[in-house]
Ligand binder design. Structure first.
Ligand code: AMP
Length: 279
């Protein structure tokens, strides 16, 4: 497994066999089963797998957790080695954003909703860094998790709009046995917060159950979800959304494919989760 922060070394390895297919899994490290599921999916479909580990400063607002974001490179590399990864790209900030850097990559519309309301600068950082990673590694396929549903929608748009020559592959959300979606940020959850965090899953379960029992009024479902969050003392709601799964615009009726998503603070930790429902 080649571990490098050097773009020309990376390119030499990437193009050693120009006909080989490469899967890329972009991550911010502190890896868990959700990341490893992406790696496994990449391994099955490609000759080689590259993983990037980079806590990208441009996608964090000044008030967010950039400096405290959990990191453990040695553990990550051991997991990736065991998973049979071929190349790990670990760039520095100076390499990604050298003095004089002044280019933006922005998707302007679907970035305004949901996460974009609370994190208005977030997706511009994501699209910028992912566009750079795509150009540096030039993967055949790139793997992302449905956990970050809006990120997937935004990156799909970017790939289409900028003609990136790759296939974007989306993998299902990996959960802890009790239903909590895996996240590097779960490490922040202390004591009773870990149990309180299950309220996200409970709210999504309630939405699914309501739809299964014939409820088609989206606002009634949002209200039920808000009620469940309000009943959990350690939780503070950021948003609940029931949106068109393609446009991410809020809907009134449950019909077709809907993205039910929410963001909730558990103490100081902001968690997100979602489910797609069809009717
Ligand atoms: P991150 O390191 O949090 O930026 O995540 C890197 C990639 O892993 C993103 O595409 C995430 O959507 C994906 N991911 C994170 N958590 C999960 C999860 N629980 N299940 C599936 N994919 C995940």
């Amino acid at each position: 497994m080649l571990v490098t922060d050097n773009i020309s070394h990376l390119r030499t390895a990437r193009w050693a066999d120009p006909r080989a297919t490469w899967g890329l899994v972009p991550t911010m490290g502190f890896l868990h089963e959700g990341h490893l599921a992406l790696v496994r999916a990449a391994k099955t479909a490609n000759d080689y797998v590259a993983v990037s580990i980079y806590v990208n400063p441009t996608q964090f607002a000044p008030t967010e957790d950039l400096s405290t974001y959990p990191r453990d490179l040695e553990r990550d590399l051991a997991l990736l080695r065991a998973a049979g990864v071929d190349l790990v790209f670990t760039p520095s900030n100076e390499m990604m954003y050298p003095a004089g850097f002044q280019t933006r990559v922005e998707v302007t519309e679907i970035t305004r909703y949901l996460e974009g309301v609370s994190r208005p600068t977030h997706f511009a950082g994501v699209t910028l860094v992912v566009a750079k990673l795509f150009n540096i590694i030039q993967p055949t396929r790139a793997y992302f998790g449905q956990k970050d549903a809006q990120q997937v929608a935004v990156l799909r748009r970017m790939v289409q709009d900028l003609n990136f020559n790759l296939e974007l592959v989306v993998c299902p959300i990996v959960r802890e046995p009790d239903g909590l979606a895996m996240s590097s940020r779960n490490k922040y959850l202390a004591g009773a917060e870990r149990q309180a965090a299950l309220v996200l899953r409970r709210a999504l379960d309630a939405a699914e159950a309501a739809v299964a029992s014939g409820q088609t009024d989206a606002e009634a479902i949002r209200a039920e979800m808000r009620g469940l969050i309000a009943a959990e003392p350690l939780a503070k709601l950021d948003y609940v959304s029931i949106a068109d799964a393609q446009t991410l615009v809020e809907v009134e009726e449950i019909a077709g494919e809907r993205l039910v998503s929410l963001a909730v603070f558990i103490g100081r930790t902001r968690l997100i989760d979602n489910v797609i429902i069809h009717r």
